[in-house]
Write a protein that binds this ligand. Structure first.
Ligand SMILES: Nc1ncnc2c1ncn2[C@@H]1O[C@H](COP(=O)(O)OP(=O)(O)OP(=O)(O)O)[C@@H](O)[C@H]1O
Length: 214
């Protein structure tokens, strides 16, 4: 189900001018989209709108199936510092989303270990998260997202604190999430990351609209 914004205006209650005017965008399943633009141009706010954390001032945000509008699916979020249980292992952190969805412990562990292996963390599954690096923790969080039910993944500066090698690993993990049929949207300043995405939406602070896309 694509995620669609039509004619969206958004103004913060305290702001004199709208941040977005008449914004219309479609996010397709299977696509990894970068949202870039200077600081303050509205990248995080756009993600908040897509994730339903903010309501548009006017216009519509919806999913669509065979031409019929539906509600926006709850999104999974990846941010720079994701909430993790530091005293628990990587596998336990990933299995948590499966256990809360009703999986048995055995199935949850098996699937968590498999997904961590696909993230290149096969040697770290039983390590407490407190002993992992920032990049490893990000991959644990992405593994958790991939095993979760959400078809929309919103990532706000997911590689902000990471070196190039770890950023590339995160990029591949997010690309894989899109390949598996998710809608993945990343707000980023990382020029190398954005050039490898399927689509790049550039926000222009001065014009308060989309200056370029695709
Ligand atoms: N709660 C708020 N009330 C009023 N204005 C806000 C609020 N939050 C953000 N803004 C303003 O809205 C604009 C967009 O902010 P946003 O955080 O979406 O930008 P950004 O592109 O993600 O920035 P950065 O790259 O620095 O994280 C900025 O001018 C910011 O000052």
């Amino acid at each position: 189900m694509p995620l669609i914004m039509t004619d969206v205006d958004y103004a913060f209650p305290s702001a004199r001018a709208p941040l977005f005017s008449q914004l219309s965008l479609t996010f397709q399943e299977g696509a990894l989209t970068a949202v870039s633009g200077p600081s303050g141009s509205g990248k995080s706010t756009l993600l908040d709108l897509l994730g339903g954390l903010r309501e548009p001032t006017s216009g519509h945000i919806y999913s669509e199936i065979r031409g019929v509008r539906g509600p926006v699916t709850a999104a999974s979020w990846i941010v720079q510092h994701n909430p993790v249980l530091l005293g628990r292992t990587a596998a336990e952190n990933v299995a948590l989303s499966l256990l809360s969805a009703g999986s048995t412990h055995r199935d949850a562990r098996r699937n968590a270990v498999k997904m961590l292996g696909e993230m290149g963390l096969e040697d770290r599954v039983d390590e407490p998260v407190s002993r992992l690096s920032g990049g490893e923790i990000q991959r644990v969080c992405i593994a958790r997202c991939l095993l979760g039910p959400s078809s929309v993944i919103l990532a706000d500066e997911p590689t902000g604190q990471l070196d190039r090698e770890n950023s590339t690993l995160i990029y591949h993990a997010l690309k894989r999430a899109a390949f598996m049929g998710r809608i993945v949207v990343i707000a980023t300043h990382d020029a190398i990351l954005m050039q490898d995405c399927d689509r790049n939406i550039v926000l222009d602070k001065g014009k308060r609209d989309i200056s370029a896309s695709i």
